[in-house]
Structure formats: structure tokens, C-alpha cells
Design a protein around this ligand. Sequence first.
Ligand SMILES: [Fe+2]
Ligand SMILES: [Fe+2]
Length: 322
Amino acid sequence: MPADYEFDGYCRHYLEQWEQRATVRHMPRTRLSAEGTRGELFPATLQPILSHADVIAWGPDVRHRILARATATFMLHVAILEVDLITDLCIKFVTADTGVPMPEAAKQVALTVATDEAYHAFVAREFLGDLERHTGIVPATDATMPIVAALAEVRRRAPPDLKAATNTMVLCFAENFVTEELFGLSREDIPQGPFHTIMREHMMDEGRHQVFFQRLFRQIWTGLDEEQRSALGRLVPVYLDSFLTAGSYEASQRDLLEYAGFDPEVAARIARESLAATFGTELPRKSSLQFMRNALHLVEVSGILEHEPTRRALVESGWVDA
Ligand SMILES: [Fe+2]
Ligand SMILES: [Fe+2]
């Protein structure tokens, strides 16, 4: 059976199931109530500053404020990325020439993804409104979103005939980033609250998206000629490197501390000490980074490592072990 026929069949099946599986089509959403804002609003394990003695000394209200600010900033990023980046790239995929043969059913699936993501942005914005109404807490609005910087970097370097494929590649990586582990959704030792409920509803859609975009990346890759594969393959480590270096975990930790009332200088010291205590000062191997696990899974299942020049570029840049 030819690969594109298989992909077409997969997409048709996806469309048949969308009605039953998409949260926007069959499930009432969870709202954040005033009562819900009283507990832990974000997984505390993701905020190393909370274990710092100076922060513990400031008491439970500061801890609550830090977690509420973290949840607000996270939801703002969801609200922005889902529409500005994912929905936009899905629509570009549908309307622009992808440069490789693409079944109509794949474009229809991309439109269902755009629909799911616009709905996720809606839920995130509603959450932000509820949070501000109940607590007065607002998100940080000036943080860099690594994927936006990474997209800009690979777009700048992409040859003209690969612009569409490059956009779709970034879309495939963007949709293969989040995992349930990232938010402690499946861990029993992390207190579960409204954030987890809302994220779990969101992740019901993301698991389905991930598989589609793994297959889509494989489809695009298979449709490229040798020269195009080499050019797109060179952009994969560029994308991963830009993603890794664009965001600053330390800056986000500093923001939380300043929002909770610490002086900027004290905030900077606590953030630095907390990250060193949690992660050490040695840089880990890129191929072992836990939060990049899903992106590296995409590299494996998309088939691009079977292309020797691409495999070499990923090994030389440290993303794949030799
Ligand atoms: Fe989403
Ligand atoms: Fe998604």
C-alpha cells in the first residue's frame, strides 16, 4: 500500500472520530470558581524558588501568589500560542501550496486542529478572566515564548521553495512538545486542582494532535527531493537550538519573585540559587533534556534520522546520541 494512501486513510478515520473525541464538540468545559482559586493553582514542583529558605520564610500567602502568577502567565501563553502560532500555521497549511502532494482529508484535519486550538485559547482566556476576578492576579505580559523565536529563526534561514515545508515542520514540533508529565497530570504526589482539571481536558485533544503531526511530518519529508531534504534537515537542529536558548527559566522565576514582592536584586539571587540547587550548574546533554523528550520523539518517528546528512547534523549539534 503506498504511503500517501495510508496517510489519506488515517486522516479520513481521524475526521470520522473528531465529532466524538474533540472536547469542543462533546464536553462541557470546567470553569475556575472562587473556591477553586484557594488551593494550589500550579504544580509547585515546577517552581524551584518555592523550596528556597527565603521564600518559605515569607509564608503561605507568598507561595499562593507565586503559583497563581505562574498559572496566569502559563494560560496567557496558551491563549497566545494556540491562535497566533498554531491556528495560523494550520490555516497556512490548508491554504498555501505545501510543495508536496497532500490529501484533501489532511487539510480538513488541520482545520479541525485549528478549531480545537481556537477553543483552547477561548478556555485559557476565560480562565484568566475568572482568575483576575477572584484574586486580582494577572499574568506577565513581556516573557519571550521560545517557539515564536525559533519559528522566526528557521523562517529567516529557509530557502524560498521550502518556506511552506518549514512552517509545517515548526507546526509539527510545536504540536509535539507538551506531555502530561510536564504538568504532573498523572502524578499522585502532586495536589490536583482546577488547573489540572482544565489541562487534562486540554490534553485530551493534544494526544490526538500529536499523532496526526507525527504522520504529517513523515508525509512532508517523504515528498521532498534529496536537495530539499538536506536543506530542511539542516534546519531541524537550528530550530531545536533556538527553542532551547530563547526562553529564560531564570527570568520567569525572577518575575514570579518580584510579583510576590521581592526586590529585583534579591529576586535575582534567589532565582539563581534555586535553579543551581535544583538542576546543578553543569549544562545537561541536549539529548537528555526531559522537557524536550517529545520533540526528540518526533525526530525519531518522523523517519528523518534515516537520512544520513540530517542524522549527522543532529548528532553534531548534540540532539541525537551517536
Ligand atoms: Fe491546544
Ligand atoms: Fe494541539
